[in-house]
Design a binder for this molecule. Sequence first.
Ligand code: SF4
Ligand code: SF4
Ligand code: SF4
Length: 329
Amino acid sequence: MPTTSFRQQIPRLRLAIQLSFLTFTLWMGWQFYLFYQWTRDLAPYTPRPAAVEGFLPIGALVSLKRLVLTGYFDQAHPAGLTIFLAALTLGLLARKGFCGWICPVGTVSNLVEQLSTRLKILVTLPGWLNLPLLSLKYLLLAFFGYLIIWNMPLEAIKGFMASPYYLSADGRMLLFFLEPGPLTLTITLAIILISLIVRNFWCRFLCPYGALLGLLAYIGPVAIKRDEGLCSQCQQCSRICPADIPVHGKVAIRNPECLGCLECTAICPEQECPQVTACNKPMAMWMLPLAIIVIYGSIYLWAQLTGHWQGNLSDGALKMIYQKFLHAP
Ligand code: SF4
Ligand code: SF4
Ligand code: SF4
């Protein structure tokens, strides 16, 4: 494979992969909306897409704890746990590949960033503000970790996972977006407005999911390494980095913020100046996106083939639960 041309094509390849997942997510969201309307007797039947459970990360963390403690794989929202496990595996083996290449929220955030860059409205935060802001997502992660991993006993987990609240969690999540309260609306609008001027604001500072993946990436084998001998200090890599990492001043980037997006390697005028390494050995650049797709796709296929994707509740049973606990006045 010709390394130079592939390197230049990385941003396009990444965008294509990101847009594919984003398109799938939008289609899935629409299907789930139709299903939701069916549960309200307002639309014809549409099957519930299991992938919607990817938007239930807290439920997935609860079921992960139960899986670790008992070996029981959640049967109510197995796709949510599968997606969570796939993202964690990527975090460990392919940096924050889930954030950089797959997550639809990250994709929207990147698109907004590109728009703001073109409009020249992005602001650079003062250095002293970076650390307190960066710590926010870790504080949120610690909060959920304390609540669920540390403080939630097994019996409480079992009770929670059998509760109508958990069983209808996907419907509740949709309702949260369809009928947001004033506080939700205000916070969402504030985050959107801030994201227009502060690069990837949600992902960099607030998302606890990304924080967890970053910690895994930090101990994982993959890093970006800059060859100081080849570097001309043009700083293009630092300017393009969506995580705002000063790439030009680092030798090895193991930073938990690094998405493994490879934008720095693509823009660098020097071939093989920043390059991808695994266990400190250089690896071909194309291997990272390939690994991300293969790992993610394999876990999805495994889940489909082994009954870890579709939940054990029929759509009819879910409709009854929704009607009793979600739609009832
Ligand atoms: S930080 Fe969170 S929202 Fe952003 S790409 Fe990663 S998982 Fe998605
Ligand atoms: S883009 Fe390449 S040459 Fe320029 S500062 Fe970054 S690593 Fe060095
Ligand atoms: S350091 Fe390079 S690979 Fe990591 S987030 Fe920044 S641009 Fe992407």
